[in-house]
Design a protein. Structure first.
Lengths: 188, 175
C-alpha cells in the first residue's frame, strides 16, 4: 500500500475507501507540520491548522483534478490556511509579502549577536524560526520538500521571480548573520 | 570583468546562469580571494539549509484526524438519510393525495355521467371540503390546531438554531 502513488490513493478514497486517506495523512503530515511551525511559530496552532488542512483536503478531494501534483495542491491549502490563521492574529502577513523593504526589516529585526555560541545547525534553526512566514515557507518548501521555484510560486500564488528574490534574500541574511556571529570560519 | 553581486552568486549556486556567464564567474573567482570566500560562504549556507530537519507531529495525529474525518462522513450520511426520509414522506403524501384525487375522478367517470355532472361533482366536493374545514376551525379546535402549529414551529426553531450554532462553532474552529 505504501508504494501507491498519491493519485492511486486519491482514486481509492474517491471510490469510497475513506480509511485510505490515512496514507495521505501519513505521507504529508510531518512535512506540512514543519512548514506550519515555521510559519506560525507555535506548535499548538500548527497542529490545529494541520488538522483543518487535512479535513479541508478530504472535503475538497472531488475538486482535485489531478492536473497538478497532489503535494502542490495540498500545500496551497496548508499555506492559505496558515495565512488565514496569521491574519486572524493580526500579524498582517499579506503586507509582508508585497513589501519590497521587508528584507531590510528582516535584517534589522534579527540583527542579533548570540551571548553564547550555539551549534551551527542549532543557530540556523534559531534564525529559521525567526524568519517571516513567507520567507520561512520558501526555505522550507525549497530545501525540505525539494520543490522547484515554479511549484513554490504555484503554492504561494506569486511569481517565480518573487520566490527567487525571497530565497536569495533568506540565504544572504543567513550568511550575514553567520558572519556577524563568527560562524563563517566554521563553514569555510 | 563581471561584478559578482549576491544575486549572481545565488543564481550561480542554483545553476540559473548560461555557460558564458559561468565562464566569466570562474575567471573572476580565480582573480579574487574575497569573491571566492563570498561564494564559499553562500554555498556553505546552501548546503546547511539542505540539512534542515523535518519537525515531527504527535504519534496519534493520523488516528485523531481520521476519527474526526470519519465522524464527519457519518454525520453527512446521517444528514443525507434525514433529508431523504423527509423528502420521501413528502413525495409519498403528495402521491397519496394525487392518487386519492385520481380515484375520485375515475370513480365519478366510471358512472358514465356527462361532463356537466362531473363539474357538479367537483363543485360539490369542493363545497364539502370547505365545510369540513369550517367544522375543523371551530372555537374548540382552533386552540388545539394553534398548539400543534406552535409545537411544530418550536421544533423547527430548535433545529434551526442548533444548526446555526454548529455552523458558528465550525467557523470559529476554522479561525
Amino acid at each position: 500500500m505504501k508504494n501507491l502513488t498519491d493519485y492511486e490513493i486519491i482514486d481509492s478514497v474517491k471510490r469510497g475507501n475513506h480509511s485510505d486517506f490515512a496514507l495521505i495523512i501519513d505521507r504529508y503530515k510531518n512535512k506540512a507540520f514543519s512548514l506550519l511551525i515555521r510559519m506560525l511559530k507555535n506548535e499548538m496552532d500548527a497542529e490545529e491548522v494541520l488538522q483543518d488542512c487535512f479535513l479541508k483536503a478530504f472535503k475538497s478531494l472531488e475538486s482535485f483534478r489531478q492536473e497538478s501534483k497532489f503535494s502542490t495542491w495540498f500545500y496551497r491549502i496548508v499555506y492559505n490556511t496558515a495565512l488565514t490563521r496569521l491574519s486572524v492574529k493580526k500579524r498582517k502577513i499579506e503586507n509582508e509579502m508585497s513589501s519590497i523593504d521587508d528584507y531590510i526589516n528582516i535584517k534589522s529585526d534579527y540583527d542579533f549577536h548570540l551571548t553564547e555560541k550555539k551549534d551551527l545547525s542549532e543557530f540556523i534553526q534559531t534564525i529559521l524560526e525567526k524568519l517571516p512566514a513567507n520567507y520561512a515557507s520558501v526555505i522550507n518548501m525549497f530545501y525540505l520538500d525539494n520543490m522547484s521555484c515554479e511549484e513554490i510560486a504555484s503554492v504561494m500564488e506569486t511569481s517565480v521571480s518573487n520566490i527567487k528574490v525571497m530565497l536569495y534574500r533568506s540565504r544572504n541574511t543567513l550568511r550575514d548573520l553567520l558572519q556577524k556571529n563568527n560562524y563563517i570560519e566554521e563553514l569555510l | 570583468m563581471i561584478e559578482l553581486t549576491d544575486d549572481i552568486l545565488n543564481k550561480y549556486i542554483d545553476g540559473d546562469l548560461n555557460i558564458d556567464v559561468v565562464k566569466q564567474i570562474h575567471e573572476q573567482l580565480n582573480n579574487s580571494e574575497i569573491d571566492r570566500k563570498r561564494l564559499t560562504a553562500l554555498q556553505a549556507i546552501h548546503n546547511e539549509l539542505k540539512q534542515i530537519k523535518t519537525i515531527e507531529v504527535k504519534n496519534n495525529f493520523t488516528s485523531t484526524v481520521m476519527a474526526k474525518l470519519l465522524k464527519k462522513v457519518k454525520a453527512k450520511k446521517k444528514d443525507r438519510y434525514f433529508i431523504f426520509s423527509i423528502s420521501s414522506i413528502f413525495v409519498l403524501s403528495s402521491l397519496a393525495i394525487i392518487g386519492y384525487l385520481l380515484i375520485t375522478v375515475v370513480g365519478s367517470n366510471s358512472g358514465g355521467n356527462a361532463a356537466s355532472q362531473n363539474l357538479d361533482n367537483y363543485v360539490n366536493y369542493f363545497i364539502r371540503f370547505l365545510s369540513s374545514l369550517k367544522e375543523l376551525f371551530t372555537a374548540k379546535n382552533i386552540s388545539i390546531i394553534g398548539s400543534i402549529i406552535s409545537l411544530g414551529l418550536l421544533i423547527t426553531g430548535y433545529f434551526f438554531f442548533e444548526n446555526l450554532r454548529q455552523s458558528k462553532r465550525r467557523l470559529s474552529k476554522l479561525h
